[in-house]
Design a binder for this molecule. Structure first.
Ligand code: AMP
Length: 389
């Protein structure tokens, strides 16, 4: 018998985050950072109290998959005889057909490997821990929850690029990301913001990665990220939308190779590249440097402009929701975005915004504006439980 505990794993290139859930309650949260360089683990109870972390010094893990295996004895001890029913994994890419989470089999892992070329920086790190967990414990269900799945309701006209048609058939199309965050927001919207839940809502997931999703009655209709998580809004270190001719220019005229362009666009651009100060919005907001302020202005300009673009895709705007690190916390950025969206009927209640209220638009605002904390891990836990029930 199991007592229904669900593990959640979110593996990146040099980090692995893990959680344990009982129902919707998070019992444990932890992460291993610096994998491959100097791995260090930390862990907290769901209530936020620090726990003595796993000691990884005897055999420092070189990959996120190694880290998951290295954590197992510590997790067994923490579980103290209780058992996991399943582990849910965040997987960045589900390709064009996965519109829902799926229980992983070895054959399915091979299918998901085919999407590695579409997300080379994320997909291999997402899949390797699943393989490791399956190999060690074939009886424990592993569930893949895709960041692309929520966007499979986007109409075909909004999914294709205007490239030769065969390219769309080869998988070169818009997929969209941050889907687990948007799905969570869609799931709580009827309770958190009933007056807009059935309408046309733009959700702004503004964190280190940032994107917008146009939702009509809780279903994705369009989104700013496309083929990769590089498109759309400028982010901490990613450039966002870019004229593709810039890439051609960098390669042909400036002699950069693909690796150098990739490093530039993914790791040296965005807020970091513009400001020369930091990729972190807290640092930028605290900085006196003109370029730090300018970087924030560029960000706000692009967010507001893209809110309008997505409102255009839905034929209007009834609601705007802010979420993720910047959206949930940065009062000044919410204020600037709302001001720039005033012409669409957004009327900010400044006092509610400053007081970190849940609804931050005036009672008379044509567009209802809300701040809703996201919870991607809880979404993964819910999906995983539902699939193995
Ligand atoms: P996320 O990727 O959702 O964890 O968001 C990370 C981003 O949120 C970082 O750029 C942080 O600087 C930003 N952030 C977190 N807390 C605050 C805050 N209180 N004010 C402004 N930005 C914040």
């Amino acid at each position: 018998m199991t007592d229904g505990l669900i593990g959640v794993v979110n593996a990146g290139s040099s980090s692995l985050k893990f959680s344990i859930y009982a129902g919707d309650d998070c019992l444990l949260n932890g992460q291993v950072d610096g994998i491959g360089v100097r791995p260090a683990a930390k862990a907290r109870t769901g209530a936020g109290e620090a726990l003595p972390p796993p000691d990884l010094s005897a055999a420092p893990p070189a990959t996120p998959a190694d880290a998951l295996v290295a954590l197992m004895p510590w997790l067994q001890e923490w579980l103290a005889g209780r058992r996991l029913s399943a582990i849910g994994h965040r997987v960045v890419h589900g390709g064009p057909n996965h519109a829902a989470p799926a229980r992983v089999t070895p054959a399915m892992l091979d299918e998901l490997e085919a999407f590695v070329p579409l997300a080379p920086l994320h997909q291999p790190h997402n899949l390797a821990p699943i393989r490791a967990a399956l190999a060690r414990n074939p009886g424990l269900p592993q569930v893949a929850c895709f960041d692309t799945a929520f966007h499979r309701t986007i109409p075909e006209v909004a999914q294709v690029f205007a490239l030769p048609w065969e390219m769309a058939e080869r998988g070169i199309r818009r997929y969209g990301f941050h889907g687990l965050s948007y799905e969570y927001i869609a799931s709580v919207l009827p309770r958190a913001a009933p007056e807009i839940a059935a309408g046309r809502v733009v959700v702004a997931h503004l964190g280190n990665g940032a994107s917008l999703c146009a939702m009509r009655a809780g279903r994705s209709m369009a989104t700013t990220m496309g083929f990769s998580a590089l498109d759309g809004l400028p982010m901490g270190t990613r450039c966002g939308q870019l004229d593709p001719a810039v890439v051609l220019h960098l390669m042909t005229t400036e002699g950069m190779d693909a690796e150098a362009v990739e490093a530039l666009l993914y790791r040296k651009s965005g807020m970091l590249g513009l400001s020369g100060v930091s990729s972190d919005f807290r640092d930028l907001l605290a900085s006196e440097k003109p370029r730090a302020r300018f970087a924030i202005e560029v960000f706000v300009h692009q967010v507001a402009r893209n809110v309008a673009s997505l409102a255009g895709a839905m034929g209007g705007l009834d609601g705007l929701v802010f979420t993720a690190g910047v959206g949930e916390n940065a009062v000044a950025i919410r204020e600037a975005v709302c001001r720039a969206c005033g012409w669409m009927g957004v009327e900010l209640d400044e006092a509610a915004n400053a007081a970190r209220g849940k609804r931050i638009s005036t009672p008379g605002s044509r567009v209802g504006v809300h701040v809703i904390p996201t919870d991607e891990n809880l979404m993964i836990a819910r999906h995983t439980r539902a699939l193995v029930r």
